[in-house]
Design a protein around this ligand. Structure first.
Ligand code: C2G
Length: 134
């Protein structure tokens, strides 16, 4: 069974590795669509901290990931699912219900997010660290 999932995976953290490992455990192969810089900008109104090149490089280095590609738009999910012959689409439950219309193409599973961690929170924490006085 081939599993497919999508994400920005900016400032890679433990919530990202948790969902990727759980997605991989649902099948035999994991394909990951990494959101392009342009898509991220259109969704979040800011550029990602890490470039799409570096985010792809990080995801590709993980032992639970078999194949990585660039996700250019949210609406192309049906095309990616068909192009890569995916059997199961996995998304975090922040996307609960949003891809149910794709259930005639493959199984859809929403997995619970890891609590208390997000790229946005990490950026906020780092932004507010005061440099130590010498
Ligand atoms: N995630 C998680 N736990 C967290 C943070 C993120 O399980 N604490 C999951 C999200 O639910 C998502 C994946 O990690 O499934 C990637 O999260 P993001 O990088 O925030 O991806 P997102 O911006 O939601 O992009 O086509 C869909 C988009 O590409 C998804």
């Amino acid at each position: 069974m081939r599993v497919i999932t999508f994400g920005t995976f900016d400032v890679f953290h433990v919530g990202h590795v948790n969902i990727l490992e759980r997605a991989r455990a649902l099948g035999d192969e994991l394909y990951v669509g990494v959101s392009s810089d342009k898509l991220n900008y259109s969704k979040k109104g800011r550029p990602p901290i890490y470039s799409e090149h570096d985010r792809i490089r990080i995801i590709d280095a993980l032992s639970c990931v078999d194949f990585v590609f660039l996700e250019e738009s949210l609406e192309q999910k049906p095309d990616y699912i068909q192009q890569y012959h995916a059997d199961i689409l996995v998304m975090g439950d922040d996307w609960q219900g949003q891809f149910d219309e794709l259930s005639d193409l493959c199984q859809i599973k929403y997995l619970p997010r890891t609590p208390s961690i997000s790229t946005t929170e990490i950026i906020e924490v780092v932004r507010h660290i005061e440099p130590e006085e010498e």
